[in-house]
Each structure stands twice: as structure tokens, then as C-alpha cells.
Design a protein. Structure first.
Length: 137
């Protein structure tokens, strides 16, 4: 009968172990949710305005001096954003950005842009007619 008691005890312990594993797995899921809520987040509006500000700064920086016959303009600006997507506590869409230590080459977003020269328009200034009606040309 001692063997039967040992078998019952083993079965009881196995069931308790399974229950503890399920409880642990639940805690792991809770921990993941907490980590996601503490992750760096950005709203689509904030992200878009950051890109607009960056483009405006670039546009100002690449302007040529007045004497140059060309200006430069941003032709294309393409972004491939790699992030998680979630909903914040206000049910607003949010991007979940990786932390610096989590970045690997496959997790990096890409930004591609091109600039083109644009000729400056210089209006012709008509020379004033002299008193005798003749122009200076």
C-alpha cells in the first residue's frame, strides 16, 4: 500500500505543478502587458509632425545663397517605420517604439529622401527710359 500512496502523492504533486505553471504563465502575460505599457510610445500625429518638422528644417538648411542660380527642394521623402501598433488608455492608436537596447539591424526603420536642384526665377528689371526716350540697353 505504500507504493499506491506514493503514486497518489506523485499524481497530486504533478497536478499542483501544472497549476503553478499555469499561474506562472499568467504572470508572464501580465508582465508583457506591463512592459508594453511602459514602452516608448508615439501617436501617429506626433510622429507625423516630427517628420514635417524635420523636412522643414532640411528645406531651410539646403537653401542656397541669393547669388546661386538654384535652390534645392526635397523631392521624395519615404519612411518605412518598424514599430508595434497598440491602443493607449484613451483608446487612441499609438505606435510602440523599440528601446535602444532592443534595436537590431532588422528592427531599424528606414528613411529615404532625395533632393533636386530647382532654378531660381529672377524677374527681369526693365531699365528706365532716359529723358530723351531712349533706353539704356
Amino acid at each position: 500500500m505504500a507504493d499506491e500512496e506514493k503514486s497518489n502523492e506523485i499524481e497530486k504533486l504533478k497536478k499542483e505543478l501544472e497549476a503553478v505553471k499555469k499561474e506562472r504563465d499568467g504572470y508572464k502575460e501580465d508582465l508583457k502587458r506591463i512592459q508594453v505599457t511602459k514602452a516608448q510610445k508615439a501617436s501617429p500625429t506626433l510622429l507625423a509632425s516630427s517628420f514635417v518638422n524635420a523636412m522643414e528644417t532640411m528645406r531651410k538648411e539646403i537653401k542656397r545663397p541669393e547669388e546661386s542660380p538654384v535652390d534645392y527642394r526635397i523631392k521624395n521623402f519615404d519612411v518605412k517605420l518598424k514599430s508595434g501598433v497598440g491602443v493607449d488608455k484613451n483608446n487612441e492608436l499609438t505606435f510602440i517604439l523599440p528601446k535602444a537596447e532592443e534595436l537590431t539591424p532588422d528592427k531599424l526603420s528606414t528613411i529615404k529622401f532625395s533632393i533636386n536642384p530647382v532654378p531660381k526665377y529672377k524677374p527681369r528689371i526693365k531699365k528706365e527710359k532716359k529723358e530723351n526716350g531712349m533706353s539704356d540697353e
